[in-house]
Design a protein around this ligand. Structure first.
Ligand SMILES: *Cc1c(COP(=O)(O)O)cnc(C)c1O
Length: 433
């Protein structure tokens, strides 16, 4: 599972160039991310005719059980990629949660168990570091809200790359320890993510490192397309009707959309309209605000929420996310920190999945959209759960009850059991009055 995947087949790749998303100017695929003419973001361009002729459902299914089964759709030139078993996470039919909410066909795409570091970021980092190695980088880096730091440090360790990671200094203990264990250089910056990101742009210009989410961003962001491909494949080569996903920079959301469109374009799945709905925390909801106020620009905010992994106040892909939600007849909603905690608990109690604050945000927004009649109960709805709850234990500490401490004696157990049942009854009576 942790071997470097190396297959000998034609090295022809559909990956051609970088292209400006705004003006269409094309660039050689190097470590660059901004258009020199109009300052628009650069995106990877592929030869879709070649993909249509070359890739079939069968060739994909014959590939590895990881994101690299979609390698022709990813921005690498050779098959010598870093495969640490990332991707192909479970798509779980969530019947108990669906019944609780009044939905009929609800699925959870569970990246809380992605490999190797239990978040969706392993997808983007596997791609970015594979490309970084092709471009000759020996030191890799990132500006992170937590999960990206974990992924970059772990996968750099596996690939033998030097690694220097930047985080805001107030992150959860699990995110910090979950980075340090891989022994990178870890810079904890006094400031919020947006300040960390600005600092990293300066470092990228002066040190010549490969920053996965700055100068390698066009490659990095392509990794999120695999969350679209996998859902299509796992639904039996069909598109869902509605997806709900969290928004930080908005990249993940826009790339799921790109992934769906590409599979239609090359004939791997039948076209169908899919509604895209996004989730933010009230304490950092610049994209939700722009959507709700009908604006085409994002007004940056200062984050203040327990959902730190999605707390980006100045989101790079925010306008594109708003555009997709609008044109697909979706929504972008935000929820309070208290609702986020309830969302984490609801998913755990109904489906046995312990997610972090970003997942709590997404579940709480799902619930809000259902209650507002913005999700049709008959729609096949896929909810993206992007991170693991063991990394943000602070968020639910104090909201999960306590163990019943007993002596190693049968009567002590019986007494405790009776007490807990009495307490349950009392709680129920309080609910009823
Ligand atoms: C980074 C992150 C996201 C969203 O990232 P984008 O910047 O919008 O691509 C969502 N969930 C978790 C857990 C994350 O770490």
């Amino acid at each position: 599972m942790t071997a470097t995947y190396s297959k000998t087949r034609s090295s022809h790749s559909a990956f051609e160039a970088l292209q400006c998303k705004e003006c269409g100017a094309e660039y050689e695929p190097k470590a660059t991310h901004v258009c020199e003419l109009c300052f628009g973001p650069l995106e990877v361009k592929y030869d879709y005719d070649w993909l249509r002729k070359t890739v079939t459902r069968e060739t994909i299914q014959a590939g590895p059980n990881s994101i690299w089964r979609y390698r022709p759709f990813l921005p690498v030139e050779t098959d010598n990629v870093i495969d640490v078993g990332t991707g192909m996470t479970p798509l779980v039919q969530a019947n108990r949660l669906a019944r609780r909410l009044g939905l009929k066909k609800l699925f959870i795409k569970n990246d809380a168990v992605n490999m190797p570091t239990l978040s969706f970021k392993d997808r983007v980092v596997s791609v970015a570091l594979s490309r970084a190695r092709e471009l000759g980088f020996t030191t890799v880096s990132c500006a992170s809200t937590g999960n990206l730091a974990n992924s970059t440090a772990a996968i750099a360790a596996h690939a033998g790359l030097d690694c220097c990671v930047f985080i805001p200094s107030d992150l959860e203990a699990g995110k910090v320890l979950g980075t340090l264990i891989y022994n990178p250089t870890l810079m904890a910056v006094h400031g919020n993510y947006d300040q960390v990101n600005r600092l990293c742009s300066e470092v990228a210009n002066t040190h010549g490192w490969g920053f996965v989410n700055i100068n390698l961003r066009p490659y990095y962001s392509e990794g999120s397309k695999t969350l679209g491909y996998e859902v299509i494949e796992q639904l039996g080569w069909q598109l869902p009707d509605h997806i709900v996903a969290p928004l930080a920079s908005g990249s993940l959301f826009t790339k799921i959309y790109k992934g769906f469109k590409e599979f239609v374009e090359v004939g791997l799945v039948e076209e169908k309209s899919v509604r895209f709905s996004g989730a933010q925390a009230e304490g950092c909801s610049p994209i939700a605000k722009a959507f709700q106020e009908g604006r085409d620009f994002i007004a940056p905010v200062k984050p203040n929420t327990i959902a730190k992994s999605i707390a980006i106040g100045n989101p790079a892909d925010g306008v594109y996310a708003v555009d997709i939600a609008r044109k697909t007849n979706g929504n972008i909603e935000s929820v309070s920190d208290a609702e986020i905690v309830d969302g984490i608990k609801l998913l755990a109690e109904t489906e046995g999945i312990f997610t972090e604050t970003a997942g709590g945000t997404t579940i709480a927004v799902l619930q809000k959209l259902v209650e507002a009649g913005k999700i049709d109960p008959d729609e096949t709805t896929v909810v993206y759960i992007t991170g693991n709850g063991l990394k943000t234990q602070e968020a639910v500490q104090g909201y999960v009850g306590e163990p019943l401490t007993i002596e190693p004696k049968l009567e002590s157990f019986e007494r405790a059991l009776e007490r807990s049942r009495t307490l349950d009854r009392l709680e129920w009576q309080q609910v009823l009055v």
